[in-house]
Design a protein around this ligand. Structure first.
Ligand code: BGC
Length: 352
């Protein structure tokens, strides 16, 4: 396992030297800290951990939860039989039920990927009343809520990534193309936006900041369509298929809030006979293996690595801090990394 972590660090360092040094260094630091977490005084034999994922049927969260459980057991030494991972089935009532069951079962800490981040106040109170610390992941509760944890000394925190950064990187990837996204040379970039679940701050911020990167650079933009695809590949495909029928060559850029939807978009783009990086640009977020391979093959313009490795390690380490009674910040962010044809191979190596 050491080896795996080392190769991970080296690869991150490689990416760092190529792309965004300051940022990737921080990711490296996060991974280093993760590898070195002090387990002294933690009862790894008996500690019970309750984990609930908003739904199992999500490409990114599947990678995340697999790495989270692997890290908790293989690297930190917790027992598999003491870790319960439940499928929230995209239903908040169902998930709240699971959380109540965790409380009854007497778990020592929870790691929760809420179905609805707006239910954080209620869930936090449930956990706090039962004296169980909670680490929220992936879907960020509102700032007022995380401020409340800090103000009232509630043992709750959010570990995630700042979606404004991923949106900005998507916009920059378009700006960095040979024509800055203006394929037809009419002086403006005409795009469609395939959005994740709009209740989710990641979807809101990626949508806003991808376009903001263009307008901040003084580029004129035209939004042809904005539609929710709920992070889902099949929905992404349908939306882009319909948009291509409606707007045809007017579409110069397809922004997708995640790679699953971008992979769906790519199917629609290819079926319509359009050619990515020649007559249309396509960007996603996450750096799923399929997306990275398509970037290498020239079928996607870029993506942004949503570092599920750094995030899951940080979430687990933070749970350990709670178990040890240490102070924890209310919000902990792990950096994104831009992923284009220049470094797709390095990020693929890191994920292997
Ligand atoms: C990821 C999406 C995922 C969503 C789930 C986002 O951060 O980019 O791929 O579907 O989280 O909440």
């Amino acid at each position: 396992m050491r080896k795996k972590i080392l190769s991970l660090l080296l690869s991150v360092a490689m990416v760092a030297s190529m792309m965004v040094p300051a940022m990737a260094e921080e990711t490296t630091e996060a991974a280093e800290a993760a590898a070195a977490v002090d387990m002294e005084g933690v009862d790894v034999e008996n500690t019970k951990i309750g984990i609930s994922i908003y739904k199992f049927d999500d490409n990114f969260m599947t990678l995340y939860r697999t790495e989270l459980v692997r890290y908790l057991t293989e690297d930190l030494g917790f027992k598999e039989e003491n870790i319960t991972v439940t499928d929230g089935k995209n239903d908040q009532a169902e998930q709240t039920n699971q959380i109540n069951n965790f409380i009854t079962a007497g778990v020592n800490v929870m790691i929760l990927n809420l179905v609805q981040s707006s239910s954080a106040p209620q869930v936090t109170d449930l956990c706090n009343d039962a004296g169980i610390p909670v680490v929220y992941i992936n879907r960020q509760p509102e700032e007022a809520e995380s401020n409340r944890w800090a103000d009232e000394g509630i043992k709750a925190t959010y570990v995630g990534a700042d979606a404004r950064q991923s949106g900005t990187y998507q916009g920059e990837e378009i700006l960095e193309t040979s024509n800055g996204g203006d394929i037809n040379g009419d002086g403006k970039v005409s795009y469609i936006m395939v959005q994740g679940d709009p209740e989710n701050i990641d979807a809101q911020n990626r949508t806003e900041y991808s376009v903001k990167a263009l307008t901040d650079a003084g580029v004129e933009v035209e939004e042809l369509l904005l539609q929710r695809g709920d992070w889902d590949q099949a929905k992404g495909q349908q939306i882009v298929q319909d948009a291509l029928t409606q707007f045809g060559d007017q579409i110069e850029v397809v922004f997708c809030n995640n790679d699953a939807m971008a992979l769906g978009a790519l199917q629609a783009i290819q079926a319509a006979g359009r050619v990515v990086n020649e007559d249309i640009y396509l960007v996603g977020v996450d750096a799923l293996t399929d997306a990275l391979q398509n970037i290498q093959d020239g079928n996607m313009t870029g993506t942004v690595f949503n570092d599920h490795i750094g995030q899951s390690h940080m979430a687990a380490d933070t749970a350990v801090k709670f178990l040890k009674g240490e102070e924890v910040e209310p919000v902990i962010m792990v950096d994104y990394i831009k992923a284009t044809a220049d470094n797709a191979a390095d990020i693929l190596a890191l994920l292997q």
